[in-house]
Write a protein that binds this ligand. Structure first.
Ligand code: 26M
Length: 818
């Protein structure tokens, strides 16, 4: 008997059908005959919202009236992915939806696909925020996600005829968007610029120069089987000019409407840089915009109608998690609100503030740590600069009571000295909050020992780890229904969807050849599905009887897509030179997905190289179809959901000590892919859990990387030492992948041979050597699948439900609503 714990549908198929008809008629204004899949999508979404509405009200009421502290997850990005099917799953209405739309003459998949994916994030950090709010709601914890409703999400990626990346605006709101509920009555004024004056009583008054109206757009966040619906509140910027125009009757019409453009620019576009902050004023405006609105919103929510609320209880009402440094301006903002708007003294305000905020760091790259010129902050937020300076002064004084090491104190300054003082946001976050966490065990250690060493020396108890996780609802149940059914069959229950450690129960089944064969059949069917999808969407011809080998993530030097493509070129060169007999080559299909920041020259050149390797290799008859390279453009959540379940081998090959965690690695392991990877980020923990014998490890460790760096790294040495590496690089230089032009990739080649910051060349030999282990195992399908199944069985830890439980226990100290 299989135990089914999935939520029960609140509707029958007949009711669902009637409701869709009703929405088609009254909201869409079409008959079922006239309706398009997009109409049915909107109508169905409105029906789902309808059934979630009471739970949404109830959750908000219980939160406001109860005494359970809420979580405010402050994040500049929420990479949600499509909403409809997720909401249907969490509300228990998938079957009724499928039957209803089929009854109306539509294919459920067409209706699902009609939704435009909100791509309001760059990559890992934004997707993590989306997984976390899903888990918070599923655990029944009262929570708000607070962010920005960008009008343009991460750019839409295309490739031109030369294989170069072209960025197109992603105007995701071009069609009706049924999920967001704009609430004009709960807007907030956010001020900028101007000056600070000292009043007669010595208190400070900020006299801003201009303001923007922050209007919340609310999204339901339904928990899985929890009966709870939380809120994702994304702010959109509106101008106050309509007010001003109406009031002042300006005579110069064109000038009167001009500022409107500027105000509404604030929430216009998501910055596509995710590693090297550009220090642009508009980005700081975005950060302050959403954080200021969110703080005021929380005060409004938790102290309704109170003129003089007792804000010393604020940290008992809500805890704010800072998703990286992007919302850190919230620390001086809460100080300002408490002191200037509510009249608290500095020490009380500081106590409230430090008890309210916690900070998650997501990087180890020094160049990725956000730093703002004090001058810029002063121009945009003069009062905040004063407060930051005062925080810095107090902090340095406190440090002087804790250490006599003057050099150390100096290194820890929040505001640097000199002609162009800078504000270090990571330091401000560490000083201004209760806890700092990294996102995987290794990362948190390196944070303590390297990046924030001085801080962890003096405040060791502030530092903790919370290893990332991913939601099993979207990334197993929705993405991989076949595997989900098999897991439920194997475990005899579907409870794993809310308690993923239950996957451990699959471990004994890895000894059962019949079960392993079923598992293999699931993978094979997923590969066939993906081949059909790739054909439909991209025109690719993938052979599902080859190994599907995937590398999907942002394009970055440290992630080392170069290593993958060089190894592939080396294999191609082996075939071309006759060094290996093509008939002995294990057939592989290598699939890349990656966006490069528009200004990241080497990353964009790497994309161009991959596309041209694909063009040459796929069309070379000498290869006899043994090597295939595909680069589906515009990698996004939807493509991830199709590709991950179909992957045999996943690449996690960053230089050790550079990838904070990775979350793709978890999604692949949970979907029964094997991983080839370095000892970096969460790979370390994945390998510990699934077993070293079920993970393809290669490459230098963090210590070996450090040592080689200290000795003086010279990439050319490795080029000379490994003839296969030399052959691969020479092939890039000699025009094989650029129609004979030897200049096309010259900058990339020069970088490899003279700089190679992330030691791709040093790890090349080890990476190519591990390939024979991989191929030997793949030639034994039963053994391969046994190991892949053990990956699934032992990856339950990587549920974002577990991550959230760790945050609750170690940092937030709150829990589900009573
Ligand atoms: C900063 C300033 C200005 C404009 C943009 C940014 C910015 C945006 C996104 C900086 C970094 C951003 O994302 C970084 C990121 O995605 N980091 C990844 O976070 C994941 C979740 O913790 C980890 O798994 C990855 O290892 C880490 O690279």
């Amino acid at each position: 008997m299989t135990e089914i714990t999935a939520p029960k549908s609140p509707v029958t198929t007949e009711e669902f059908t009637d409701r869709i008809r009703e929405q088609l008629k009254y909201a869409q204004g079409v008959t079922p005959d006239q309706a398009t899949p997009a109409d049915v999508y909107v109508a169905s979404s409105l029906v789902v919202r309808h059934y979630l509405q009471d739970a949404w009200f109830q959750t908000q009421q219980d939160m406001i009236n109860g005494s359970t502290k809420a979580v405010g997850y402050l994040s500049a990005e929420f990479l949600m992915g499509k909403q409809l099917r997720n909401a249907l799953l969490n509300a228990g209405m998938i079957d009724q939806f499928d039957a209803a739309v089929e009854g109306l003459g539509f294919k459920p998949q067409d209706v699902i696909d009609a939704e435009y994916e909100p791509a309001l994030g760059n990559g890992g950090l934004g997707r993590l925020a989306a997984c976390f709010i899903d888990s918070l709601a599923s655990l029944g914890v009262p929570a708000f996600g607070y962010g920005i409703q960008y009008r343009y999400g991460i750019f839409k990626q295309e490739f031109d005829k030369d294989g170069k990346q072209v960025e197109k605006p992603e105007y995701w709101l071009a069609n009706e968007e049924p999920w967001g509920h704009t609430d004009y009555n709960r807007s907030q004024r956010v001020n900028f610029g101007g000056k600070v004056v000292t009043k007669a009583d010595g208190s400070k008054e900020w006299q801003p120069e201009w303001s923007v109206r922050a209007v919340p757009v609310d999204y339901m966040v339904p928990g899985y089987a929890s009966g709870r619906v939380n809120t994702l509140r994304l702010w959109t910027a509106k101008s106050y000019d309509e007010f001003d125009l109406a009031t002042f009757n300006k005579s110069d019409y064109l000038n009167a409407v001009k500022p409107k453009v500027k105000a509404e620019d604030i929430s216009k576009i998501l910055y596509p840089e995710d590693s090297t902050p550009q220090g642009k004023a508009l980005r700081l405006e975005q950060q302050y915009f959403f954080v200021s609105a969110s703080i005021h919103d929380a005060i409004r929510v938790f102290y309704p109608g109170q003129d003089k609320p007792d804000l010393t209880t604020f940290p008992d009402k809500i805890t704010f998690q800072l998703n990286d440094t992007h919302p850190v301006i919230g620390i001086p903002e809460l100080m300002r609100v408490l002191i200037d708007e509510y009249g608290y003294d500095w020490n009380t305000a500081w106590d409230i503030t430090t008890r309210t905020f916690n900070y998650t760091c997501h990087t180890l790259l020094p160049e990725a740590l956000e730093v703002w010129p004090a001058k810029l902050i002063g121009e945009l937020l003069p009062r905040h600069l004063e407060i930051i300076k005062a925080i810095n002064t107090n902090f340095l004084a406190e440090l002087a009571t804790k250490t006599r090491d003057k050099a150390k104190i100096d290194r820890m300054r929040i505001v640097t000295e000199g002609e162009n003082p800078q504000v270090r946001m990571a330091y401000l976050a560490t000083a201004g909050g209760s806890h700092v966490n990294g996102v995987a065990a290794l990362h948190s250690e390196l944070l303590k020992d390297v990046t924030l060493r001085d801080f962890s020396d003096i405040y060791p108890n502030k530092f903790t780890n919370v290893t990332n996780g991913v939601t099993p609802r979207r990334f197993i149940r929705l993405a991989n229904p076949r595997l989900s059914a098999l897991i439920t069959e194997g475990l005899g229950t579907d409870r794993w969807l809310s308690d993923l450690e239950l996957l451990k129960g699959l471990e004994p089944l890895a000894k059962d050849d019949e079960f392993v064969k079923k598992f293999a059949a699931v993978k094979q069917a997923n590969k066939e599905d993906f081949a059909a999808y790739a054909k439909r969407e991209y025109g690719f011809e993938l052979d599902p009887n080859t190994m599907f080998n995937t590398m999907v993530k942002r394009l970055h030097e440290y992630k080392r897509q170069s290593l993958k493509i060089l190894a592939l070129i080396a294999k191609y060169a082996d075939i071309k030179s006759g060094k290996v007999n093509v008939d002995d080559v294990l057939p592989r299909t290598v699939i890349f997905g990656a966006k490069a920041a528009p200004g990241y020259y080497l990353a964009k050149m790497t994309i161009q190289l991959i596309n041209n390797v694909a063009r040459v290799v796929n069309n070379d008859p000498d290869v006899k179809g043994k090597l295939n390279v595909y680069f589906p453009w515009n990698y996004n959540v939807r493509l991830a959901q199709h590709l991950i379940p179909a992957t045999d081998l996943d690449e996690q090959i960053s230089q050790a000590g550079k990838e904070a965690s990775g979350t793709g690695n978890m999604k692949f392991a949970l979907n029964g892919a094997m991983t080839v990877g370095t000892l970096d980020g969460a790979n370390v923990e994945i390998r510990e859990r699934v077993g070293a014998e079920n993970f393809f490890l290669f490459g230098m460790t963090v210590d070996e990387v450090d040592k080689l760096y200290e000795e003086g790294y010279s990439p050319a040495k490795y080029y000379e030492a490994d003839p296969r590496l030399k052959a691969a690089i020479d092939m890039v230089s000699d025009g094989t992948f650029s129609n004979g032009d030897r200049n096309t990739y010259a900058p990339l080649v020069a970088d490899w041979l003279t700089k190679d910051w992330f030691m791709t060349l040093a790890d090349f030999t080890a990476y190519t050597e591990i390939q024979s282990d991989i191929e030997a195992l793949y030639r034994q399908p039963l053994e391969w699948n046994r190991k892949a199944l053990l990956n699934v069985a032992n990856s339950g830890y990587f549920s974002s439900d577990r991550s959230i439980q760790d945050y609750l226990d170690r940092i937030w100290h709150t829990g589900p609503l009573a």
